[in-house]
Design a protein around this ligand. Structure first.
Ligand code: 5GP
Ligand code: ZN
Length: 114
């Protein structure tokens, strides 16, 4: 999608520090990290958020979670633990409308909301 920051990262029109990539998924360091490990995991195809998942594109959720496990292993946080966070829509604080998960780790994380 033309004006989407994460599509531009996929197309290498914007720089990023890529930590994982396969044919369906890409992951890169967040530009404004909130923890020592803060990786954004996205489908390469543009999907705005969970509301746009359909029977035909939902397999990417499995791809994202498989990638998350590999990234956690690669970055050495699989055993100590990490959070995978998805913000869907304005009330949840979503600011980039290209489906993504935050993988956050590397420190004892703060209180859980839920
Ligand atoms: P959201 O608030 O939508 O859940 O998360 C969007 C995330 O994308 C934020 O944590 C923000 O720091 C990150 N972000 C926004 N623009 C860029 C960018 O150009 N490059 C990278 N690496 N991260 C970005
Ligand atoms: Zn996009």
């Amino acid at each position: 999608m033309q004006d989407c920051v994460f599509c531009k990262i996929v197309e290498r029109q914007l720089p990023s520090t890529v930590v994982y990539e396969d044919d369906k998924v890409m992951a890169f360091n967040d530009i404004n990290p909130v923890a020592p490990v803060h990786v954004i995991i996205i489908p390469k195809a543009h999907i705005a958020n969970v509301n746009e998942l359909t029977e035909s594109n939902a397999s990417v959720m499995g791809d994202i979670h498989l990638a998350a496990g590999k990234i956690a292993e690669k970055l050495g946080v699989a055993d100590k633990g990490y959070r995978l966070i998805n913000n869907c829509g304005a009330d949840a604080g979503q600011t980039v409308f290209h489906l993504h998960y935050h993988l956050i780790a590397g420190v004892k994380l703060g209180p859980k909301i839920i």
